[in-house]
Design a protein around this ligand. Structure first.
Ligand SMILES: [Fe+2]
Ligand SMILES: [Fe+2]
Length: 367
């Protein structure tokens, strides 16, 4: 179910629904992780490979992912979440002998109920649009669940995908003050982190049966964090700069990372994306505080703290767990893969890309 939600963050287009899905990804991953941790305490810690779906589960997931996104979202609460709630709703645990398991169950039930509420709201909002072509009755030819390789945006967004450099983009206009220019740029950067949430979600989808539990929890948390950053960006665009949909949304990050494996996508965004964002946001936070613009100072303080954690923990986890063996090798492989994809897309020459430094790659692909 977590993989289904994670894949759906890419191809469910509606902005608000993506945010709900991202939060539900985090909630469900936490429930699954607490179950695994309790199993480990009882001496039955599963290996990553034991998280691999059974043939039956994989086929069910494949069928769900072959369903149009709106219909899938409409079916999620009843077909997927309610049975899970039923499992967590009755206790097989003796509260005296096995109190810790009972606590995992109760907390899991509460998290699942929150996720159900969010998904029901999101599905209800989509109802008119959900009346789309019927689910294909034929089973998909491929029995392996395929996730989307590109993110979708709803029709309120205009998009561009040649760069992440907002000041060089066609719709950039100078606001006449360096503070306002920096603010506009950085709220747009954050709003467009829709593709960062999609990146961490696709990495989680790909790595469920490969990565250690700490990495999976981390990826789920980052999926939710980036959804909140996108929502904060959208809110601040609205508060300070008018209609947030008037600002075009950059798609180049997910265009490239969507075609990568989970390991490469996670490495690319960590090594070349996250690092570039923290310094400018801390600088804006300081300037905002000096100017008495507390709203902005607070917002960017929290976001920069999230990003600092992302960078620190992702680098540590990738260094320890990436199959290439260490962060430096992982980064080289991700850079080479990004260069090939950019060349295939006709967006950049692979050899030129290989010469770019980290800052230039950040300007091209963003977080
Ligand atoms: Fe972010
Ligand atoms: Fe981040």
């Amino acid at each position: 179910m977590t993989r289904l939600l994670a894949a759906s963050t890419l191809d469910v287009a509606e902005f608000e629904a993506k945010l709900v899905l991202a939060e539900a990804v985090h909630a469900l991953a936490e429930v699954a992780a607490s179950c695994e941790e309790r199993a480990a305490e009882l001496g039955a810690a599963p290996k990553p490979d034991q998280r691999r779906a059974t043939d039956e589960q994989e086929e069910r997931l494949a069928v769900a992912l072959a369903t149009p996104p709106h219909q899938r979202l409409a079916a999620l609460p009843r077909a997927w979440l309610t049975p899970l709630l039923g499992m967590f709703g009755t206790s097989p645990f003796d509260p005296l002998l096995d109190g810790p398991s009972e606590r995992v169950r109760r907390r899991g039930l509460s998290d699942l109920q929150d996720a159900l509420g969010g998904l029901l709201d999101a599905a209800a909002r989509l109802r008119p649009a959900a009346d789309q072509p019927a689910v294909p009755s034929s089973r998909p030819a491929v029995r392996t669940a395929q996730r989307p390789t590109m993110g979708r945006r709803d029709e309120r967004f205009a998009t561009f995908e040649n760069t992440r450099d907002y000041r060089g983009a066609a719709d950039w206009r100078d606001l006449g003050s360096p503070y306002d220019n920096d603010l506009l740029e950085l709220v747009r950067v954050n709003r467009d982190e829709i593709d960062a949430l999609e990146t961490f979600a696709l990495a989680l989808f790909d790595l469920v049966a490969e990565a250690d539990l700490e990495s999976l929890r981390h990826l789920a948390r980052l999926t939710w964090d980036e959804a909140r950053h996108a929502a904060i960006g959208q809110e601040l665009l609205h508060e300070r700069f008018g209609d947030p949909f008037a600002y075009e949304c950059s798609m180049i990050g997910i265009r490239v990372r969507g075609q990568m494996t989970g390991w490469h996508a996670w490495t690319q965004i960590t090594v070349f994306g996250e690092l570039g964002i923290i310094g400018p946001m801390r600088a804006l936070e300081r300037t905002a505080r000096r100017r008495g613009d507390d709203r902005i100072a607070h917002a960017f303080g929290f976001i920069a703290s999230d990003e600092t954690m992302h960078l620190r923990d992702s680098r540590r986890l990738l260094d320890r767990n990436h199959p290439a063996g260490g962060l430096a090798r992982a980064a080289d492989a991700a850079r080479a893969r990004a260069g090939r994809i950019l060349e295939e897309l006709g967006l950049y020459d692979a050899e030129q890309f290989a010469q770019l430094d980290e800052r230039q790659i950040f300007e091209l692909l963003g977080e």
